[in-house]
Design a protein around this ligand. Structure first.
Ligand SMILES: O=C(O)c1ccccc1NCC(=O)[C@H](O)[C@H](O)COP(=O)(O)O
Length: 258
């Protein structure tokens, strides 16, 4: 079952690569802000908020509108970094939206995509991404080979790596890599169900050596407080903010969870 969803996501990325989605001819500067340093020093909840118009689990989340306007509302609410979907299939993302955001804000940006090929990593560098996403299960389940080489290539392009895991075993494998930030995805990619206890289970017994980002399904102040107690250092929030009638206010509320 997992294989079906992951396979679909991988096939979608391959189709986007074949269609030339990542063939961008530009060189934008990344941010000069260090997200890891921000996480360490912020006295409030550090939010990485996601510009995401659609998803496999929810379908349409928000009518497509100016991504940089949404980005500005998120930052005004206190978001310290942004994730921008570049995957066209199922997520309605685009490198074009990413570039629009990059040209209008100076916070660290994550290129959010199913990264399967160096062509996408090259694009991430060109469009001014600070971070790229790597999904541990794609390597552990044999869809991709050699995570160390993949991460090394990203680093050689000046990118930092957000490595996403969902299980304890994936987490242990992730800790053996040179990833800069480890994300615990509360969304099960088999069922697409959300369970915030995933973060708790994965972090049980963990002696902190790396900063941890809790990802997916975060809606309320209580969610942030719970995940913080589990050991999360920062929070990736997409859908609940993108669904909101008042993005700035919704972000502000979550940022002030502590
Ligand atoms: O969002 C999905 O439905 C999804 C389905 C399959 C693979 C990945 C998916 N999302 C990727 C993400 O990491 C989330 O966009 C991110 O954590 C934000 O989650 P949320 O706040 O629940 O939108």
């Amino acid at each position: 079952m997992v294989e079906n969803i992951l396979r679909k996501l991988v096939n979608n990325s391959q189709a986007a690569i074949d269609d030339g989605v990542y063939d961008v001819n530009i060189k934008l500067q990344k941010s000069n802000k260090d997200f890891l340093q921000i996480i360490k020093t912020n006295i409030h909840a550090t939010l990485l908020t996601e510009v995401k118009f659609s998803s496999p689990s929810l379908g349409k989340i928000r009518t497509l509108s100016d991504p940089s306007n949404i980005a500005h509302q998120m930052i005004a609410g206190g978001a310290k970094a942004l994730s921008v979907l570049t995957q066209p299939h199922l997520f309605n993302g685009s490198p074009e939206y990413f570039m629009q955001v990059r040209q209008s804000v100076d916070v660290p940006l994550l290129m959010k995509d199913i990264m399967i090929d160096t062509v996408q990593i090259d694009a991430a560098e060109k469009i001014g991404a600070d971070y790229m996403l790597v999904i541990q299960s794609l390597f552990d389940q044999g869809f991709l080979k050699d995570i160390d080489e993949f991460i090394k290539y990203g680093h050689s392009k000046g990118l930092k790596i957000l490595l996403e895991v969902h299980t304890k075993q994936e987490f242990e494998n992730a800790l053996n890599t040179k990833a800069d930030l480890i994300g615990i995805n509360n969304r099960n990619l088999d069922t697409l169900e959300i369970d915030l206890k995933t973060t708790q289970k994965v972090l049980e017994g963990y002696k902190k050596t790396r900063l941890i980002l809790a990802e997916s399904g975060i809606e309320t102040v209580e969610d942030i407080q719970y995940l913080k107690k589990c050991g999360a250092d920062a929070f990736l929030v997409g859908s609940s903010i993108m669904k909101s009638d008042n993005i700035e206010e919704h972000v502000r509320k979550l940022v002030n969870a502590y």
